[in-house]
Write a protein that binds this ligand. Sequence first.
Ligand SMILES: *[C@@H]1O[C@H](CO)[C@@H](O)[C@H](O)[C@H]1NC(C)=O
Ligand SMILES: *[C@@H]1O[C@H](CO)[C@@H](O)[C@H](O)[C@H]1NC(C)=O
Ligand SMILES: *[C@@H]1O[C@H](CO)[C@@H](O)[C@H](O)[C@H]1NC(C)=O
Length: 500
Amino acid sequence: MSRDRLRPSHDPAIKRGLYSLQDNTRVIFSYLTRLFLILCLIFSVSLVLYTSFSSSNKNQFWHRIPHAARTGTVLSPGPPTNISHVLFGIGGSAATWRDRSVYSSIWWVPDVTRGFVWLDKKIDSPRTNINGPPAKVSSPEWTRFKYSSSRSAVRIARIISDSVKLRLPDVRWFVMGDDDTVYYIDNLVSVLSRYDHNQMWYIGGNSESVEQDVMHSYDMAFGGGGFALSYPLAERLVSILDGCLDRYYYFYGSDQRIWACISEIGVPITRERGFHQFDIRGSAYGLLAAHPLAPLVSLHHLDALEPLFPNHNHKESLKSIHQAYQADPPRIFQQTFCHDSKRKWSISIAWGYTVQLHPLLLPAMDLQTPVQTFKTWRSWSNGPFTFNTRPEPDLCKRPVVFMLERVKKGGFNGSLTSYKRIEHEPGNTCKTTQYAQAMSVQRILVSSLKMEPDYWKKSYVQAPRRYCCELMNKGIVKNNSMQLRIRKCRNRESITSGLD
Ligand SMILES: *[C@@H]1O[C@H](CO)[C@@H](O)[C@H](O)[C@H]1NC(C)=O
Ligand SMILES: *[C@@H]1O[C@H](CO)[C@@H](O)[C@H](O)[C@H]1NC(C)=O
Ligand SMILES: *[C@@H]1O[C@H](CO)[C@@H](O)[C@H](O)[C@H]1NC(C)=O
């Protein structure tokens, strides 16, 4: 760069007298300009290096970019969506509400969550459970409609009309579900806030059992897992619903009627993998121990399954999970792997639920595939499911299983969870020394920093990646306990060491 070019005399702007400087000042000025340019260059280069090599601080950088630039097209305009923008519509019945209210008492937060359980008739004490949603009686027209197998399906389908007609202020989303649907509301809000609530969205999940999807529809949001309708879609739907219910009177469920009507509007389902219809039988353990890399939004059909924890009933199991969920909502059930190449152990953590210690080296692709501890919903068959499963391994390849015992938060910006080994039935244990060594671990302690509360809100622009895990104290088992730490992976990190 020649100095002449920086001399302002040739610059029309300068000639106009923008700067009337003495020669010396001009020289100093030109040096300062170059110094400034060089500093700018150094700054931008270091910013690039900083953002590509620092993994833990990347999020702070995120926060400086305006929200609109981060979220691109899937921007929810206006103030971010929160729980008060959601109106829940819960399908219940007077006969079963007393028992079923156990489920909503787990997730319902008085004065925070909004919505109603809709019943077929009045019950003596509408608020059977102090922590539950208030009850309302469905508007009586539902008995007018045609039906073939299930009359109450018409009533449940019309809950969306009853909810919209309340005209409650500031509702962006209607979330419909059953009285035995359990929601994880922080994650639900994270998922919904990714979508523009001023457009027509139909969000949910389908059945795990292929036989159910074939019989009903792959394109339908199954009601037990819960589904969300944005305000504009709900309003459009309600305007055609009553005629539509008579057209599709031959369907079995309310969710299928809703789907058929929404199809007439032309809106497809948007699938989110955290809605769980749980059309499975037996034990959900294998599925929950290998949850997909997506936020847990709902669980359903728990009555029909074995309790999620051995020696717990359904309610106690849900309470344990809820305790972990409250300590770090985005992380609940998220899976992480540790490998110990010296002892040839593979460890899989499903955070807040279970740890599995395999006394052999297993690649990530196996660890992330659910073990089939369950059957299909309708025919109790071994599949097919809408995801891959693997069979339960032989005795000596089976993991030693630890279940959530305690959750600790506070003290630091993180959590400490402990998992206790469950006893095998006598005579049902592998007798190798490798296995005995693994069995000597009584407890696994897992520490982690909390995930950012809006981690899942950003997951359209922030590509998902499983977290990494490392053995603390070189994996030494002290006081029968082993300590692990979950953290973000380093850029170049992968699970290959020791697998060859
Ligand atoms: C939700 O957002 C609205 C703004 O749209 C705000 O007025 C309200 O206080 C928020 N509620 C909660 C629970 O954060
Ligand atoms: C805690 O950690 C999360 C991310 O792990 C971060 O977003 C948050 O700002 C931290 N809070 C404090 C008080 O350090
Ligand atoms: C050993 O583990 C037991 C059970 O968790 C615990 O109560 C005890 O405090 C631990 N002892 C030491 C020295 O850490």
